[in-house]
Structure formats: structure tokens, C-alpha cells
Design a binder for this molecule. Structure first.
Ligand code: BEZ
Ligand code: FE
Length: 310
């Protein structure tokens, strides 16, 4: 109790008197309790969060029912989250927070491939594949052959870069969204060759709705927002002495490019998926059905000097 009293006085800045708590004095009171021994970055973040949170509550004159509704919502977001369903990430994504943080912390020199949101469907240690392999592994969708080169900004090819790729199938689902599916589908780990080149076969990317059968979906509906993302392929590329790149390639002409539910589209990441009639395809295969090709080169930021490709 005595400790509280001392802290309250300090927070209110009125020596010798108990702080008079009201909706204006409470902010300094709360932040005044942060100990001088707290880690400086944590103290900075929590103090700013408190300030903005209190300003927000004052601005909208948040009432008790609304606070309880918000707490119930956050409880549900937490309870819905597990290793396969990341409702917390979804909330950050639809509020634009994920993209904001990516944009400000992954800004790269002009000419480098831009970063975008990570999303909740990356799986570490996806199966390793050889160049040209079909990584679809039974995922439904029209065949698509993807190839390109990974370089640094000065044009040097990056040999041995680790490329992780993952995507949704034509039903708009990632493999991890199918209950009981143990095998990776339409996701893989590949390595660039001595010339920095990569290639693989998969399926064409389709637009899909982010999971919207939970509290985040209800929030979107209540706001009159849709849950759709434009068709895209996810890439994570890591290489010695380069800044890791987490990005997508978006399909030109596909719906929702200008209305992504998670605000991840960047103009420089939009590319053409070319449609071909049945017949000879890349790598000497002959296809009995129409197929697509995508050519996309990546430019890594070598100046950061980060090594994470092991
Ligand atoms: C995704 O592209 O996989 C994704 C990103 C944000 C929210 C949901 C899905
Ligand atoms: Fe995705």
C-alpha cells in the first residue's frame, strides 16, 4: 500500500498529496509507475501505447459496455488462435498494422524487390525440392511453371539462396487449412543454382478470402468489408550476406488487386501469368491441358549483410 501511495504521488506530480484520479490524470499516473529499471525499449513502447490507448478512449468517449465488448472480442481472438489458426495475426493484418510495420521496417534501396506481409500460412522446414520439381503434390489447380533469377542490386546472381514458396490452391485454401492433410501441398523449399536461377512447377494462383469464420470475419462484416485477397504466390528468400526478403508476387489483372483485405499489394510486385494452350511446356513436358508460366526475378538487399540461409 505504501508503495502504491508513493507511486501515485510521483505519477500525479503533486508531492505530498494523493493523486486525484480522473480521465485526464490517469495517463501520467499509469506511466509514472514504470520503473526506471525497466528495459528502455519496453518502457518506451508501453508508455506510448498507454498514451495512445487513453487518447483513443477519451476521443471516442468509450463506455463500459463497449470496453467489455472489446475485451470479449479480444478473448475470442485469443481463444481461436492455435498453431494452425492465427486469429491474432489476422486481426493485425485487417487493421493494416502488419503492412504498416513491414513498410516501415523493411524499406529497401530503390531497385530491390519490395517486401509485403508474411501472413499466417508459412510453415518452417517445408520439403526441399530440386529445380523444376512439381511442388503441387496434388493440390488442385491449372499447372503453372515459375522461374526467375535472384540477384543483388549490382546484378550479381545469388547462388545457393534458399527460396521458400507457398500458395493457396484453386479452392482458395492452403494445405494447412485442410484438416487431416499431413503432407505439404503447393509449398516447398528450393535453392538457386550457380547462376542464381530457380524454377518449379506448381498451380496457378487464385484469389481467396482470408479465414472469416471467426471474430475477425465478424468485424469485417460489421464494417461492410470483404475478406478477399488478390491471387498471389508467397516467397521468403534468404541468402548469405543479404537481408531476408518476405514478399508475394501478385497476378496482374486478377480481382481485388485494388482492394486487398490486408493491404499487401505493391505495384512492383504485380506480374503477368501467361496462359498457354495444351502442348509442350517448360522442361520438355507436354501438357494435355492449358497451363500458365510466370517469370519473376528477385533483387536482394546485400548491404544489410545479414546471413540466415543456413
Ligand atoms: C496470406 O496471404 O496468406 C494471408 C495474409 C494475411 C492474412 C491472411 C492470409
Ligand atoms: Fe496468401
Amino acid at each position: 500500500m505504501e508503495h502504491d501511495t508513493i507511486q501515485n504521488r510521483a505519477g500525479a506530480g503533486a508531492a505530498g498529496e494523493l493523486a486525484d484520479v480522473d480521465e485526464h490524470t490517469i495517463t501520467a499516473l499509469v506511466n509514472g509507475r514504470i520503473a526506471a529499471t525497466a528495459a528502455p525499449r519496453l518502457a518506451q513502447i508501453v508508455a506510448a501505447l498507454t498514451r495512445h490507448l487513453h487518447d483513443f478512449a477519451r476521443e471516442v468517449r468509450l463506455d463500459e459496455d463497449e470496453l467489455m465488448a472489446a475485451i470479449a472480442f479480444m478473448t475470442e481472438v485469443g481463444q481461436m488462435s492455435d498453431a494452425r489458426r492465427q486469429e491474432c495475426i489476422l486481426l493485425s493484418d485487417v487493421l493494416g498494422l502488419s503492412m504498416l510495420v513491414t513498410a516501415q521496417s523493411r524499406r529497401k534501396p530503390a531497385g530491390c524487390t519490395e517486401a509485403t506481409v508474411f501472413g499466417p500460412f508459412h510453415v518452417p522446414d517445408s520439403p526441399e525440392h530440386a529445380p523444376g520439381d512439381d511442388i503441387a503434390n496434388g493440390a488442385p489447380g491449372a499447372p503453372c511453371f515459375v522461374r526467375g533469377v535472384v540477384r543483388t542490386l549490382d546484378g550479381t546472381p545469388v547462388a545457393g539462396a534458399k527460396i521458400e514458396v507457398w500458395q493457396a490452391d484453386e479452392a482458395g485454401c492452403y494445405d494447412v487449412q485442410y484438416a487431416g492433410l499431413e503432407q505439404a501441398r503447393a509449398r516447398a523449399t528450393l535453392r538457386t543454382d550457380a547462376h542464381g536461377a530457380y524454377r518449379f512447377r506448381s498451380i496457378v494462383a487464385s484469389p481467396y478470402p482470408i479465414p472469416h469464420d471467426g471474430p475477425v470475419g465478424r468485424l469485417l462484416a460489421a464494417l461492410g468489408r470483404h475478406p478477399w485477397r488478390p491471387a498471389h504466390l508467397h516467397f521468403m528468400i534468404t541468402a548469405d550476406a543479404c537481408e531476408p526478403l518476405i514478399t508475394h508476387v501478385f497476378r496482374a489483372g486478377a480481382p481485388y488487386l485494388d482492394a486487398d483485405a490486408v493491404f499487401g499489394v505493391r505495384q512492383s510486385l504485380i506480374a503477368e501469368w501467361r496462359l498457354h494452350p495444351p502442348g509442350p511446356g517448360p522442361g520438355g513436358v507436354t501438357l494435355a491441358q492449358p497451363f500458365y508460366t510466370l517469370d519473376f526475378d528477385f533483387v536482394l538487399n546485400a548491404s544489410a549483410g545479414v546471413s540466415e540461409s543456413a
